[in-house]
Design a protein around this ligand. Sequence first.
Ligand code: SF4
Length: 438
Amino acid sequence: MNAPAPKISFVSLGCPKALVDSERILTHLRAEGYELARRHDGADVVIVNTCGFLDSAKAESLQAIGDAMAENGRVIVTGCMGAQPEEIREKYPNLLAVTGPQAYESVVAAVHEAVPPAHDPFLDLVPPQGVKLTPRHYAYLKISEGCNNRCTFCIIPQLRGDLVSRPAGDVLREAEKLVKAGVRELLVVSQDTSAYGIDTRYAASPWRDREVRARFYDLAAALGELGAWVRLHYVYPYPHVDEVIPLMAEGRILPYLDMPLQHASTAVLRRMRRPGNQEKMLERIRAWRATCPDLAIRSTFIVGFPGETEAEFEELLAWLKEARLERVGCFQYEPVRGAPANALGEAVPDAVKAERQRRFMEAQAAISLRLQKAKVGKRLPVIIDEAGPTLARGRSKYDAPEIDGSVHVAFRRPVRVGDIVTVKIERADTYDLHGTAV
Ligand code: SF4
């Protein structure tokens, strides 16, 4: 008789990029015959993939490690926070191992040491798409690690290093495998998606019967051939971003651009060390919309950056009203230990930050409601995320999972998760739409 398969309990914290790391680790371990446990209690070992981006994320990570220690006691820590092991070790000296981000091999080696694999090649077949923590019908596709920018509020380059791009052929093969396994929507992620390939001088690599260069445009165009929805995230506004807009207009990739702009005041952007001319940015957005009228731009902004004055904040508000972006998130600045921004100006009091965030989101809510109402009466393709007996919840091309709005769908003929159905939009809320599948 075979020995029972060793069991791993896994906690994945942090951003979509960390989720991709978790999936890779799990795919590897599953391939070696490990099983996933539902609870810490009774698992042979617990892996905690941590996030160290903000102090609040660190606190959450430390809490998750504490829970795992209390419930199981055999714990391996990995992820962004693992890049600063002293802090974790100080609090939890009895951890089995602490490894940094992207250290798949070290995590796997630590698991081997804690509980050796009991591989049975006839029983342990990894599903072809790997072990997904995201639902089957969409998947995050990570195209590079690290970042060459040095935004003053961010310590990711310190934690993850400079940009390292994956060869285009590798990315495309992974994407093909995912699509073959039933994925209908690919979410392209990295710290800085439009910088893709700069580090390899856009080196070409083989895919199918041709060579594909590791260039933002070339990769987006090739991904557009796979028959899935392709959504671009974390696109830094370099000039060559203009090139992909026609791909969106032609329906080859989704008309969606997630572009964190962070602020609109030139002075604040300079202190953030981000590209600074938001007048030009407005012109570019106008040109993009002329090429691709249904383009949805998503962005995130930071309010209460050190030294932000009321006038600078109002500049941001005025810009937002002018730009009328479709999807917007707003964060209050949180000092991150080790980030140069903390020393750049006087800290904005918490109450002022909260007040600015409220005013910002109020302005955006009015913009969003107007844009959403313009969709009433239209027929939109919607990808189904959850399906009940008579109602389903899905997303239009203009909504990314987890961060944007939903479309609530009534239907007569049954729909399943992952289906892409046409929905007649009947009603709009500030962020969500309601309609009937036709
Ligand atoms: S672009 Fe800026 S915010 Fe984004 S990872 Fe790089 S340094 Fe951090």
